[in-house]
Design a protein around this ligand. Sequence first.
Ligand code: NAD
Length: 253
Amino acid sequence: MRKVAAVTGGAQGIGKAVALEFVKAGYEVSVADTDKEAGMELMEQVRSLGGKGMFLPVDVAKETEVERWFKLMLDDFGRIDVLVNNAGIGVNGPMLELPMESFDRVLNVNLRGTFVCSQQAARAMKRQGGGVILNMASTRALMSEAGTEAYSASKGGLLALTHAMAVSLGPYGIRVNAVSPGWIETADWQKASNRRPPVHNERDRLQHPAGRVGTPADIAAACLYLAGDGAGFVTGQNLVVDGGMTVKMIYEE
Ligand code: NAD
């Protein structure tokens, strides 16, 4: 049977890997992202894999844009089987100087945007008799460092939202889970880590029992598992994909 996956923030980084993983698994994909150029490039990649995809420039913090995306998606594809709420931003900086506009923007994209998209998807999934919603949280929901208040709060909120939505939507055959990536080597991460002294890159690696930082492909594989029938009894959970980073105790030398 045809299956359709929708991915927010799917034009780059983790979301792009997720979208391509679903295409390779035979899904048709609908991608929403604020970056139009990257979205169009992704669609070329989807076509070169022989897949079907649609891209729409969408800011998930704007309800009217999200509503339009779902209308076009459902008109074109006729159904939605999986929604991956991946779009996310972070603003790091000293807590005492964080402007409230920055706090609001992070919450609006990461948390409110996830709820708005989930509401749209769940209405269609209820009509269809089921579906899967995945929320991209973060290990920052579980552990923190100074200056990540807005981001950490948004991701912690996503875990609570995941629990509540799993309970509300279970009766309609809709499973809801979160994925919490650890340190994932995306282009942005690479840019940031290259600015550090190299010794920090080695320290980053050693912080992981798995002996390496993660890749977008690690997260895409987790999403495909949670979307599939093999995870049919898994709902309301948070799958931490971090190479064991959050279970390792660190001692200062
Ligand atoms: P990224 O910046 O490489 O990609 C994010 C994508 O989301 C971009 O294509 C961007 O254009 C899009 N986007 C941003 N704001 C948007 C909006 N308002 N509406 C629609 N699209 C929007 O980031 P990434 O590292 O791939 O992260 C993806 C998700 O994974 C985020 O939710 C992030 O918080 C989470 N995450 C990432 C890491 C990591 O180490 N990279 C770790 C934990 C969690």
